[in-house]
Design a protein around this ligand. Sequence first.
Ligand code: 3PG
Length: 204
Amino acid sequence: MLVDNKILPVLVIHDQKKAIDLAKCLYDSGIRNIEIALRTDSSKKSVDKIVNSQIPLNVGIGTILTIDDLIFAKQVGADFGLSPSTDTQIIEKSIELGFNFVPGISTPTDISSVVKYGINYLKFFPAENLGGMDYLNTINSPFKHLDLKYVVLGGINQTNFKKYLKSDSVIAIGGSWIAEQTLIETNNWNEITNRSKKFLELSI
Ligand code: 3PG
């Protein structure tokens, strides 16, 4: 699902005119995977611009909360989708569409609901609030034999991300910290570059 490295910046884009500059900045910094959250009036237009650009990023659509969001992600040509929650209707539709979808989980009950569908990539959210890697290890232990893989998001930044990378169960970590809102608003591409490079360097 993710390519080249395990870092996944979450992008909340309020101004679609910045979408291409932001995508280019991230790609030039070595980022290969992004999650664009469907949380603003500009998000769908931003996704459209980035997916249809020449920038070869692996694009995930985040905050998929409805069937319409899922259909949008599939039709626009995104590589994968994620949601913060376990919604079985969306899971069933993603299977019907043949779309690579990563549902959100936060409890053993959520994990049980998801694995019934044969899904083994799950989004652990909100990671830091729930208790981080210790909590994930605990809730994953009854499912260990299924070799589930987690995309870890929620409250992750430069001070706390390394512990997740040590786990074999974690295939990706990320968050909005890399391309923080204020940095996008102020066109601070230098700082977004610095943060991307730092995450990538430390993740090797
Ligand atoms: C997400 O949608 O995955 C989250 O917004 C990421 O969490 P963060 O904003 O705390 O990094």
